[in-house]
Design a protein around this ligand. Structure first.
Ligand code: UT7
Length: 328
C-alpha cells in the first residue's frame, strides 16, 4: 500500500510586495534582488486579524472542494510551519476547527523550509499502515510576521502563503522513497532567537529585534547548494533513476541559484524544473505544494517526481514519488 497525492490546493494573499516597493523601504534595488535570488515579487497577508491558520484553512477548503469531499472525512491534518498562530494550540487544531474537520486530529511539525517534505513523509506512514484513508498535509507560513522590514538581507527573501495536498491509499502510484536530514549546528547561521523557552519575550528581546529571522546568508547558501543538490542526486542513485526517468524536480524556492545547482547536479534540463520564486519569493513550508498547484495541469499519471528542500535547522531532504492522476 502506498500513500499518493490525490489533490492539491493553495492560498495566496492578494497584496503584492514588489522589488520596487522594497526599494522604498530599504537600501536595495530590483537588479540586485533579481540577480542574487530570482525574486520579483511576493505576497503579504496584510490583514492584522488573519494568521497562518486562516491561509491554511482556505487551502484545505479548496482542497476538499476539488476532491469533492466533506472536511469531516479527513482523518489527520499535519501542518508544517514556523509561524504558528501561537505556541499552542497547534495550527492544525485551529485549521481543523475552521474547516469543520470534526473527525480529524492533527499536529504541527517544525522543520522550516523542509517542513512540507518532512510532513509529507510522516503523513504517508499513516496511510501506508492502512490506518487512515484521508490525510491532509499543509505547508503554511506567514513569514511577514517574523521579518524585520528594515533588514535588507532578509526582508527581500520571504513571502506569505499556504498550500495543501491530500494523501490517500493507492496500490499503484504514490510516495516511493525519501531521504531526510537534520543538523542542529545550522542554528548558528539561521534562527529566530527569542520567543521560545530559551529566551522568552522581554522588553529587551523586543528592543534587540530578536523575534525576527536572523540569517548569515553566505554559509546558509553554501550548505543549501551542497545539501539540496547532494540529496537530490542521492535519491536518484538509490532508486536507479536516470535524468530521462525524472519528469519533474520540485525544488524549495529559496534562491534561483540553489535551484540551478540542484538541477545541474541531477543532470536535468531546465524545462523539467518547477520555478515560481519570481512570483512568491520564499514562502518556507508552502513553496513545494505551491509549485505542485501551479503545475498540476501539466502533471501526468505515472510521472516520476523528485521533491527537494533545504532550510533552517538545518533541515534538508528529498522525496521520490509517482504522480497519480491527469488533470483535464
Ligand atoms: O530557505 C531557507 C534557507 N535560506 C536560504 O537558502 C538562503 C541562502 N542564502 C542566500 O540565498 C544568499 O546568501 C542571499 C540571497 C541571502 C544573499 O546573497 P549573497 O550572494 O550571498 O550576498 P551576500 O550576503 O554575500 O552580500 C553581498 C553584498 C554585500 O555587500 P558587500 O559586503 O559586498 O559590500 C551585502 O551587504 O550585497 C549586499 N546586500 C545587499 N545589497 C542590496 C545584502 N543584501 C542586499 C540587498 N540589496 N537586499
Amino acid at each position: 500500500m502506498r500513500a499518493t497525492i490525490t489533490a492539491v490546493a493553495g492560498y495566496l494573499p492578494d497584496d503584492v510586495l514588489s522589488n520596487a516597493d522594497l526599494e522604498k523601504m530599504v537600501d536595495t534595488n530590483d537588479e540586485w534582488i533579481r540577480t542574487r535570488t530570482g525574486i520579483e515579487e511576493r505576497r503579504i497577508l496584510k490583514d492584522p486579524t488573519k494568521a497562518t491558520s486562516d491561509m491554511g484553512a482556505e487551502a484545505v477548503k479548496t482542497l476538499c472542494e476539488k476532491r469533492g469531499m466533506d472536511a469531516a472525512e479527513i482523518d489527520l491534518i499535519i501542518v508544517a510551519t514556523v509561524t504558528a498562530d501561537m505556541h499552542f494550540p497547534s495550527t492544525a487544531n485551529l485549521i481543523a476547527h475552521k474547516v469543520g474537520a470534526v473527525n480529524s486530529w492533527g499536529y504541527d511539525l517544525s522543520a522550516a523550509c523542509s517542513g512540507f517534505i518532512f510532513a509529507l513523509t510522516t503523513g504517508a506512514k499513516f496511510v501506508e499502515s492502512g490506518q487512515y484513508k484521508k490525510v491532509v498535509i499543509v505547508g503554511a507560513d506567514k513569514m511577514s510576521s517574523i521579518i524585520d522590514y528594515t533588514d535588507r538581507t532578509t526582508c527581500i527573501l520571504f513571502g506569505d502563503a499556504a498550500a495543501a495536498v491530500l494523501l490517500e491509499p493507492s496500490e499503484e502510484h504514490g510516495i516511493i522513497d525519501h531521504k531526510l536530514h537534520v543538523d542542529g549546528n545550522g542554528a548558528n547561521f539561521l534562527r529566530q532567537k527569542a520567543g521560545g523557552s530559551l529566551f522568552p519575550p522581554t522588553h529587551e528581546t523586543v528592543e534587540n529585534k530578536e523575534h525576527v529571522i536572523w540569517q548569515d546568508g553566505k554559509p546558509v547558501f553554501k550548505a543549501a547548494v551542497k545539501g539540496m543538490a547532494d540529496v537530490s542526486y542521492d535519491i536518484m542513485q538509490k532508486n536507479n533513476l536516470k535524468p530521462d526517468d525524472v519528469a519533474w524536480l520540485v525544488p524549495h524556492q529559496a534562491n534561483l541559484r540553489i535551484i540551478d545547482a540542484t538541477q545541474r547536479r541531477m543532470g536535468l534540463p531546465k524545462e523539467k524544473v518547477m520555478i515560481n520564486i519570481q512570483k512568491y519569493g520564499n514562502t518556507t513550508a508552502a513553496t513545494i505544494p505551491l509549485c505542485l498547484m501551479d503545475w498540476e495541469t501539466k502533471l501526468k499519471k505515472g510521472d516520476n517526481i523528485i521533491l527537494a528542500a533545504f532550510g533552517g535547522g538545518f533541515t534538508w531532504g528529498a522525496v521520490y514519488l509517482q504522480w497519480a492522476y491527469d488533470t483535464h
